[in-house]
Design a protein around this ligand. Structure first.
Ligand code: UFG
Length: 340
């Protein structure tokens, strides 16, 4: 029997980590999940188990804690690569509590790199974000666009982590995936986004309003320089995003340079406005959303979407799901959570 390559997935109980675990298993890898449950619980792990029909190795702990990480590497033996999802990701919270963002996001990466080196693990895929570009001068934005000053401490941590990875390239093979706006849920309806408390992001706010959990959605501004005045984003289905990680692992295994750092945009290449997204949601679900236009949200970028040509050609990856499918899957997941 062929031995499966072990891939350590930090933040494996989270939104993107759980979807990646499913895709890794489907592609023949053995995901080893770790999570400290600081922003999640076991709900998505149970969903993953239902989808794949087996229990996955899981370790509860904080990857900024060296002893914890070392123990996982020791127990698991040969690990062929790491996907590092574990990080705090709320823009608003990062403004309120910057130090915990700098501390958590940066020290977990440094600790992970240290331990990987000790155990001679080189392959790393890092969860980055289009937030590293700020408001780009040119859209669609390409990977070589300059980093503007980050709008939030969260964005600054992603820029700093990329810098750390670039500087450490001689010891590792790193791919940084710059996600645009992940939305949707697994088509099975068994895993999806599970925000703690009031959601910050648009799609969970839409689905929670539609299901009756929130009274009303506010559109943050309709006076931007865009066709309908609301902000433009590149919404990418979370399963497409998860599959990009599998492609990135294949790329790392095949690519020639022993040590390297490469960044890839992961998006659809299509800009969709907030109002268009709301309209599409109403069309495909038949649910009328209670929303109104409010003031702009501080720190919002007016418009950004990806030039994902580099990922299309080099990783041989392309987004497959439409925005409508992503919204429908998010809606199915929300209804399931609400027991409807
Ligand atoms: N929006 C609303 N009402 C809401 C929530 C959001 O109108 O209740 C709007 C925002 O103003 C923005 C769009 O919906 O125009 C998308 O907002 P999100 O909060 O869903 O996403 P962001 O683009 O602000 O941020 C996301 C991730 C970050 C990541 C960033 C990169 O949340 O982690 O993309 O640009 F860094």
């Amino acid at each position: 029997m062929e031995v499966k390559k072990k891939i350590l997935v930090t933040g494996g109980a989270g939104y993107i980590g759980s979807h990646a675990a499913v895709e890794l298993l489907k592609a023949g890898y053995q995901p080893i999940l770790i999570d400290d449950f600081s922003k999640s619980d076991s709900t998505l792990l149970l969903g993953v188990e239902k989808i794949v029909g087996e229990k996955l190795p899981f370790y509860k702990g904080d990857c900024a804690k060296r002893e914890f990480l070392e123990s996982v590497f020791q127990i698991e033996g040969l690990i062929s690569g790491v996907i590092h999802f574990a990080a705090f990701k709320s823009v608003g919270e990062s403004v309120q509590r910057p130090l915990i963002y700098y501390h958590n996001n940066i020290s977990s990466l440094i600790t992970l790199l240290d331990v990987m080196k000790d155990f001679q693990v080189k392959n790393l895929i890092f969860s980055s974000s289009c937030t590293v570009y700020g408001q780009p001068d040119q859209i669609p934005v390409k990977e070589d666009a300059p980093f503007k000053r980050a709008e939030s401490p969260y964005g600054a941590t992603k820029q700093m982590c990329e810098r750390i990875l670039e500087d450490s390239y001689s010891s590792y093979k790193v791919i940084s995936l710059r996600y645009f706006n992940p939305i949707g849920a697994h088509p099975s309806g068994l895993i999806g986004e599970l925000p703690l408390g009031v959601p910050n992001n648009l799609v969970p706010f839409i689905t929670q309003t539609a299901v009756g959990k929130r009274d009303k959605l506010t559109v943050f501004g309709n006076d931007y320089n865009t066709p309908d005045g609301s902000c433009l984003r590149d919404y990418i289905h979370v399963v497409d995003l998860a599959q990009a990680h599998v492609k990135a692992l294949e790329f790392l295994n095949q690519s020639k340079p022993a040590n390297s750092f490469e960044a890839f945009n992961i998006g659809t290449g299509v800009g969709v406005s907030v109002l268009e997204l709301i309209y599409t949601f109403e069309q495909i679900t038949g649910v009328k959303l209670n929303y109104s236009i409010g003031p702009r949200r501080a720190g919002d970028v007016e418009k950004t979407y990806a030039d994902a040509t580099k990922a299309n050609y080099q990783l041989k990856w392309k987004a497959g799901f439409s925005t409508s499918e992503a919204l429908l899957h998010a809606w199915n997941w929300e209804k399931k959570l609400a027991g409807k």
